[in-house]
Design a protein around this ligand. Structure first.
Ligand SMILES: [Zn+2]
Length: 220
């Protein structure tokens, strides 16, 4: 997939890493925090003054970024999946998709609202049991093997890490990989290194959801 990019963009972090957009391609240093970069780009694309859901003004005290397909459903931090929103909406939305939340947030009756939330959560759980992740199918491909060149993710490959345990628990519960691996056009892992680590570690012969960002290049 190609992610949404602003026409012009330049970003420098405090560690000498940088990124820029040229001719519709995002070029980035290998040690860049990809998620941070995506957040900053989202504010540029979407503005940072208004909540995407309730349209109330945002300020430093209530401004958050929402994953439209939530992390719990395999939602990743790319501009296409991020919206600036207030912390009240973000909290209430929880593990619902934007589409579900937009319908539910309009409901006035508290009981009806609660039931609608539970129904949506139940349906999402069914989806997770079936597919592992619930993000648009056009975003990813299931692959049994994929040769990656390197990684820029901050994930540390340790079996005792919280992230690993969470991933493993989900795998044991659903027998599915519940997070996609995100790679750049030149096959650097941008997110989901822990998934690869777990698959290798458990010697799993299963397909993994891969998202290739065709307009993101890691500069090496
Ligand atoms: Zn809001």
């Amino acid at each position: 997939m190609k992610i949404q990019l602003p026409k012009s963009f330049e970003y420098h972090d405090d560690h000498g890493n940088f990124a820029y957009v040229r001719d519709g391609i995002l070029y980035m240093s290998p040690y860049m925090d990809f998620e941070k970069l995506m957040y900053s780009m989202t504010y540029l694309l979407e503005g940072e003054d208004k909540c995407f859901y309730c349209h109330r003004p945002l300020h430093s005290g209530n401004r958050t970024i929402d994953h439209t397909f939530p992390r719990g459903l395999g939602g990743i931090s790319i501009t296409d999946n991020l919206k600036p929103c207030c912390n009240k909406c973000n909290l209430e939305k929880g593990d619902l998709t934007s589409k579900q939340y937009n319908q539910i947030s309009k409901l006035q009756d508290k009981k009806v609202k609660k039931e609608a939330i539970e129904k949506a959560q139940k349906s999402n759980l069914e989806g997770i049991k079936k597919y592992g992740i619930l993000i648009p199918k056009r975003w990813y491909e299931m692959k049994s093997q994929y040769s990656v060149i390197g990684t820029i993710t901050s994930d540390r490959p340790s079996k005792s890490s919280c992230k690993y345990k969470k991933l493993l628990k989900k795998y044991e519960t659903y027998k599915r990989i519940c997070r996609p691996v995100v790679v750049s056009e030149n096959r650097f892992v941008l997110d989901g290194f822990m998934v690869l680590f777990m698959v290798k570690n458990l010697e799993l012969k299963i397909e993994i959801p891969f998202i290739t960002l065709e307009n993101v290049v890691v500069m090496i």
